[in-house]
Design a binder for this molecule. Sequence first.
Ligand code: URA
Length: 252
Amino acid sequence: MIMFMRLDRLLCEMNIGSRSKVKAYITKGQVLVDGVKAVKPEMQVDENTVVIRYCGKEYRYRPYVYYMMNKPPGVVSATFDKKDKTVLDLLRERLREQSREEGMAAEDITVPVKDIFPVGRLDKDTVGLLLLTNDGELAHRLLSPKKHVPKTYLVRTDRPVGEEGLTLLTDGVAIGENEVTLPAKVSVADEENTYFITITEGKYHQVKRMFQAVGAKVIYLKRLSMGTLMLDENLREGQIRELTEKEVADLC
Ligand code: URA
């Protein structure tokens, strides 16, 4: 399907520069559109197929972006918050840093994060895997209660959970909802009072409430995976990276 967009807007969305800068690049003849020098910023191009060359680099437009974040503690899973730093603030910071590292001048850096949102919520003190995207359909599929997408967490508690507690967590535990929780996979990790749990629902504070129901308080919670997507072990807390094509294809 042909989708037209103004050339200067497209270059901005590709993070090539600010609107005024990209207009200047175009009028100076520095931009090739499908191999042909472009001179009009208002030129309409097909965003789905166009190949841009600027400064020896090739660019293609991607309407959807997918970032993996290793969410640090103290940051809220929201696009905006009056009080707290959000994962979107953090994404902006990291993209800015990456553009700087790629040699972009500060005044040229635009951070196109409009329409990007976190797929689901992690509590402010929870760390680990968070997917950020502008692909609403994928987010819907991952979050839909009907799809039962598995999410695995590493959980540390203030006291050991006994055999009975582990069985309850596995079979279903009452957390104050109409129904007990759906069956979960639970295993004991190598460290003291530490467990892996895989749940297929996404109720508010679910993991904390499940452990509370068996008499243990969660003191550390880290999400390790969501569906087929696994947290990249090389990402330190607060870091982000784009998903690989395979990761996106597997999720979709
Ligand atoms: N369950 C919780 O209790 N908190 C989270 O952040 C995620 C799952």
